[in-house]
Design a protein around this ligand. Structure first.
Ligand SMILES: C[S@@+](CC[C@H](N)C(=O)[O-])C[C@H]1O[C@@H](n2cnc3c(N)ncnc32)[C@H](O)[C@@H]1O
Length: 396
């Protein structure tokens, strides 16, 4: 094989060739994100935060974890009292990134409600070893304090064993997706091929799979959405989150009494699958820049795709979750006291003006409607006794 262009690494080319030279887009996304040695998350190359490749709410501002913790505390109090639940409570986070959110939540309880930490355990479900190392480093000081933090695989948790709050902030958008493409009036599954001579990656089309066909029929029958939409232009492409339903089902099975909070980029189905969104929602990030070409530097960039609001709700409810509410992040954080945090920062200006200004900027970005403020908070619940009423300050 000739030497390859810098952005097409040998490890990936070899993997694709080993699989016959063509793989589904789903497999491509899975490799470049989760390969244990070379994937963006798998190897731990992912750098989150304002000095990294992209920001998540928790990696950008401590105030996010603070405000969310107020909501978590409110939920835990209700779970404990309304259920007269004597079991220990858990705060479980899927896909903890660099550990910022759990770290911020623990800090909140240390500062505001230390007693609670005696009866709460923290569980992280993180499949990528590279990210686990980062999380352990970040949380080392809390482990040394004796705070109960454990890393588990989902399979290690017993069914109906969780009482508490389950969090997934920007995790579903990192799960590999299938891509669907419309070519000459026919619908195909998008694939990725490699040119064996040059090592160049290119898109290929393959026959639509049975699972994808089912997804497309589901969208039509249950959501009244055509994929592709009527009069879709040549090359119209979209994503299908093929793993979400199984993920929700597995989480549901593990909960005894609890609230699941999913926070993510999300679009309504009629916009997601519209003619105007002809390239889908897939985005690649590196150094705080959006990279148009998803073949750019595979394994060194984030790849992410928006969630479809109605599909997530439909799947959750058919599995058995109750939807307590869906709210924009900007509104949720305002309801949880963001304005008071802003006011507090004003008072800090006289001590350290540049620190106070950057804190204020981060706080405003969390609610900015064209930025993180447009993220959706999906609040679902599962309780043994169905009629339990739960108050959520983050929901209007
Ligand atoms: C964008 S980061 C989310 C960061 C974090 N939640 C935060 O608030 O900053 C995506 C995380 O999900 C993890 N991840 C990927 N696939 C996952 C899966 N199937 N289950 C749980 N976590 C997963 C990644 O390794 C990474 O830690």
């Amino acid at each position: 094989m000739k030497s390859l262009p810098a952005n097409n690494p040998d490890w990936l080319i070899k993997k694709i060739i080993k699989k016959g030279g063509t793989i589904s887009f789903y497999d491509y996304m899975n490799f470049v994100l989760n390969d244990p040695n070379n994937g963006y998350y798998g190897s731990g190359k992912a750098i989150l935060g304002s000095k990294g490749d992209f920001v998540t709410s928790s990696s950008m501002s401590d105030d996010f974890a603070f405000l969310l913790s107020k909501q978590i505390d409110e939920w835990l109090i209700q779970i404990k009292s309304k259920l007269i639940c004597n079991d220990n409570l858990s705060i479980l986070e899927f896909g903890s990134g660099d550990g910022s959110l759990i770290s911020g939540i623990i800090q909140y309880f240390l500062n505001c409600n230390k007693e609670k930490l005696k009866n709460v355990c923290f569980i992280i479900i993180e499949p990528n070893i590279g990210m686990i190392k980062k999380q352990k480093k970040k949380l080392e000081k809390y482990l040394k304090l004796g705070i109960n933090i454990m890393w588990r695989s989902i399979e290690e948790l017993e069914n109906k064993s969780l009482n508490g709050v389950i969090l997934a902030n920007e995790v579903l958008d990192a799960l590999p997706v299938e891509r669907i493409i419309n070519l000459k009036g026919k619908t195909y599954r998008q694939a990725v091929s490699v040119d064996k001579e040059s090592g160049r990656l290119f898109f290929e089309k393959i026959k639509i799979s049975k699972e994808l066909e089912e997804g497309i029929s589901f969208a039509q029958e249950k959501l009244n959405i055509n994929i592709p939409p009527k009069d879709a232009p040549e090359g119209w492409t979209t994503e299908w989150h093929i793993d979400n339903k199984n993920w929700l089902k597995t989480v549901y099975e593990k909960i005894n009494n609890g609230i699941l909070l999913v926070i993510d980029y999300a679009k309504e189905a009629k916009r997601y699958y519209s003619i105007s969104h002809s390239k889908g929602t897939l985005i690649s990030y590196k150094n705080q820049q959006i990279i148009e070409d998803v073949f750019e530097s595979p394994g060194n960039c984030d790849l992410t795709s928006h969630i479809c609001i109605e599909t997530l709700i439909y799947d959750s409810e058919t599995i058995g979750f109750e939807t307590l509410g869906i709210v924009k992040q900007g509104e949720a954080l305002l309801l949880l006291g963001l304005a008071e945090r802003l006011f507090k920062i004003q008072n800090e200006i006289k001590n350290d003006i540049s620190k106070a200004l950057s804190k204020r900027e981060a706080l405003l970005r969390l609610v900015d409607p064209i930025c993180l403020g447009d993220f959706k908070w999906f609040v679902f619940s599962r309780f043994k006794k169905k009629k339990i009423k739960i108050n959520s300050s983050c929901i209007i």
